[in-house]
Write a protein that binds this ligand. Structure first.
Ligand code: NAP
Ligand code: COA
Length: 264
């Protein structure tokens, strides 16, 4: 994709990406490194984290901890700060999701997703505060349209992402002006674990394209570009915002559009 961002946009910055060992968050970590940042990525699986660090290159650090565990998460952040210096950019993107009707979901299944997504975001943001380079630090949580739009079979993810949206807004108020706190809400993104789980059937995918204003799924690189912008000086007056990178998915069902007769 074409980028309007300068090659050295994030030179000298230190970035910590929770859940940065695969998918969208790995794409974000790679883009940060391309733009000059030193990057640490974290996931539960240590080998996957090492592979991700090699893929990112530029001396990236691959760390292992579970965002549900505050002390372990904090330790990973301390390791990143020891290696690279105070953190300028922190992304909270670890998440879990699976389709299940509420009536077929155990309390532990609901809690598991809420703990990874919502408690995990609190742990990452709370844990990083005194390791941040202030003023000027940028925190980003990866949320989703499920925070706003009720999605059957995802009561756990909808509840968790709705909570994340409020964590973003509350912390933007509490921690401004030293720290900016924003969110990115990706729409359906191609070649990700998330969409493998939510739309495994190719026929479902084709029908889904029709309902999106842009008539396609997004690319990992398109979300990464938003994260780079939000972390840069160009976004210096943006805090408490949730940037939809979703091709207009949240506008409603575009397949209902009939330009000859207007919207029905
Ligand atoms: P993914 O590839 O499965 O990435 C999840 C990452 O989080 C992995 O690095 C995973 O590594 C890590 N992780 C999971 N549980 C963790 C835990 N308890 N502690 C620490 N790390 C953990 O997923 P994705 O589809 O790219 O999604 C990435 C983010 O974008 C998520 O926040 C998701 O909700 C959001 N999103 C995705 C889409 C989409 O179309 N895919 C749409 C909207 C929003 P380990 O397994 O090794 O822990
Ligand atoms: N349907 C219903 N319940 C399910 C389920 C499914 N498809 N998958 C897991 N669960 C339940 C389990 O049965 C368990 O509940 P129980 O103790 O009452 O039986 C609970 O969820 C926790 O499962 P467990 O496998 O122990 O959790 P985990 O912490 O090892 O893994 C998950 C977390 C379940 C979210 C796992 O899918 C994961 O690691 N996901 C990360 C990747 C991902 O989801 N990426 C997409 C991001 S959008």
């Amino acid at each position: 994709m074409n980028s309007a961002l300068k090659d050295n946009l994030l030179a000298g910055k230190v970035a910590f990406v929770a859940g940065g060992t695969s998918g969208i968050n790995l794409g974000i970590a790679k883009r940060f490194a391309q733009l000059g940042a030193k990057v640490a990525v974290v996931g539960r699986d240590p080998e996957k984290a090492q592979r991700a660090a090699l893929e990112i290159g530029s001396g990236a650090l691959g760390l292992s901890s579970d965002v549900r565990d505050y002390d372990a998460t904090r330790k990973s952040m301390e390791q990143a700060a020891e290696a690279f210096g105070p953190l300028d950019i922190v992304v909270s993107g670890a998440a879990g999701n699976f389709l299940a009707p509420a009536i077929g979901m155990s309390a532990n299944a609901f809690k598991t997703v809420v703990d990874i997504d919502l408690l995990g975001t609190f742990n990452v943001f709370r844990g990083c505060y005194d390791l941040l380079k202030r003023p000027g630090a940028s925190l980003i949580a990866i949320t989703a349209g499920q925070a706003i739009n009720p999605s059957p079979l995802q009561v756990h993810a909808c509840a968790a992402k709705a909570g994340i949206n409020q964590v973003i807004r509350v912390l933007a108020m509490e921690w401004g002006p030293d720290v900016r706190v924003n969110g990115i809400s990706p729409g359906p993104i191609a070649n990700t674990e998330g969409m493998k789980r939510l739309a495994p059937d190719p026929k479902t995918q084709a029908a889904h394209f029709e309902r999106i204003a842009m008539r396609r799924w997004g690319e990992i690189e398109e979300v990464a570009e938003c994260a780079a912008f939000l972390s840069s000086a160009s976004a210096a007056y943006i805090s408490g915002a949730i940037l939809d990178c979703d091709g207009g998915s949240q506008l409603g069902d575009a397949s209902r559009r009939d330009l000859s007769r207007g919207m029905v």
